[in-house]
Write a protein that binds this ligand. Structure first.
Ligand code: THU
Length: 144
């Protein structure tokens, strides 16, 4: 689903603001993410690291957690913002998490720099082709 420029700017601003909240003292790599949900609301998240490194959470995962907690039930568009010098595409785990809740096979994923300038427009189908999702589990019990 395409969204208008005003909605896009709100989504980008939410991701940029989320990035400013990043707790990333170990990597120094601050990430912000925002999802527009099918209820029309925007949910944001930042990465939250931990001294026990594997316990860190990605920005996208936290945005999705906020969406679920807030009652949103599907992702219409995702924006991710990373450091200026880099195109911060979602990591593999985050692609799978986005895929779980994406409203469509080609739900847009827009990557911005730290200032909110768009550096890449892609979609979850391109980021995670031939993906495994909830539909794969349909009728799984009868197929043995
Ligand atoms: N990170 C994210 O928040 N999202 C991604 O998709 C890529 C990586 C975070 C995790 C870690 O806190 C830091 O960036 C460096 O990997």
């Amino acid at each position: 689903m395409l969204i208008d420029d005003g909605e896009m700017q709100k989504l980008i601003s939410a991701a940029v603001a989320a990035r400013r909240q990043s707790y990333s003292p170990y990597s120094g790599y601050a990430v912000g993410a925002a999802v527009l949900a099918s209820d029309g609301a925007i949910y944001a998240g930042c990465n939250v690291e931990n001294a026990a490194y594997p316990l860190s959470f990605c920005a996208e995962a936290n945005a999705i957690g906020n969406m679920i907690m807030g009652g949103g039930d599907g992702i219409v568009h995702v924006v991710v913002t990373g450091p200026n010098a880099d195109i911060c595409t979602p990591c593999g785990g985050c692609r799978q998490q986005i895929r779980e809740f994406a409203n469509a096979k080609n739900t847009p994923v827009t990557i911005c720099d730290a200032d909110g300038v768009i550096v890449l427009k892609t979609d979850i189908g391109a980021l995670l082709p031939h993906s495994f999702g909830p539909e794969n589990l349909n009728n799984a019990k009868s197929a043995k």
